[in-house]
Design a protein around this ligand. Sequence first.
Ligand code: NAP
Length: 270
Amino acid sequence: MAIRVVVAGATGWAGAAVARSILAANDLQLVGAVSRKHAGLDIGAALGLKPSGVTIRDSVEDALQEPTDVLVDYTHPLTVKGHTLSALNHGVHVVIGTSGLNGMDYEEIARVAVDKSKGVVAAGNFSLTAALAKHFSLIASQYLSSWEIIEYADMAKVDAPSGTVQELAESMGEVRRPKLEIPVDQILGSPATRGATIAGVQVHAIRLPSYTLGFEIIFGMPNERLQIRHDAGRDPEPYVSGTLLAVRRVTQLVGLIRGLDHLLFPNEAQ
Ligand SMILES: NC(=O)c1ccc[n+]([C@@H]2O[C@H](COP(=O)([O-])OP(=O)(O)OC[C@H]3O[C@@H](n4cnc5c(N)ncnc54)[C@H](OP(=O)(O)O)[C@@H]3O)[C@@H](O)[C@H]2O)c1
């Protein structure tokens, strides 16, 4: 039987690409779509496809009145947590693409997911190559003691750091806290120029036109450097296959998995 999916944010940049691919997949069925501005329209027609028979709703609560297996959320940092908890309370698994949640939010989501015996897969970045960049960085951080992260995004991005780098810094900080010669609070001048400290990792967020989303981990050693960098382009395609992989796997899970790399490399300690 096909997995029944509701996409919240189905008319947005990322959600529309995910909704299109779900409509085209034989093993997935789009049973609901959420957007406030397009409520009442057929989602197929709204995406420039043939009518699908699925009417866009203006809230996740409404869309979940339809029998649903998985909610995919690509909406807004301020709404994603409410959507997730609402879906879990309806007995629906969740795939979180939206950024902006912090560690405490995820702790709460994990508790509710276990309580409801449902799965949640959240990834700051559902691109397969970004997941590989994270995986390689986690391996490198086992051997190298000093690194910092720079992220690049469009100046219109409302949250910082990106979900990608929040997750990356937390995962790398769990491997080890990078060594700082001068602690940030002992810096003379303007300590803020050393960036934000996330899980012990210095993170520098740049917001300028012409960037979509990129991140770079710089490992510094005496007389040598290693740089691992990922850059995404203007189209949302990189995020679709990872999101659909999560949709297909989440129905077999209970609790929270954070990071596409944990789905790709489930047997490796990270
Ligand atoms: N994890 C990843 O790999 C990944 C990849 C791409 C993007 N993202 C994240 O995904 C999120 C969405 O990004 P985007 O670029 O696709 O944004 P976007 O183009 O602005 O699309 C947002 C979508 O959510 C809907 N929406 C917004 N607020 C809503 C609400 N309160 N209730 C219901 N629907 C709502 C919008 O429709 P209406 O305004 O009509 O309601 C629209 O369909 C961001 O947090 C972004 O950082 C993550």
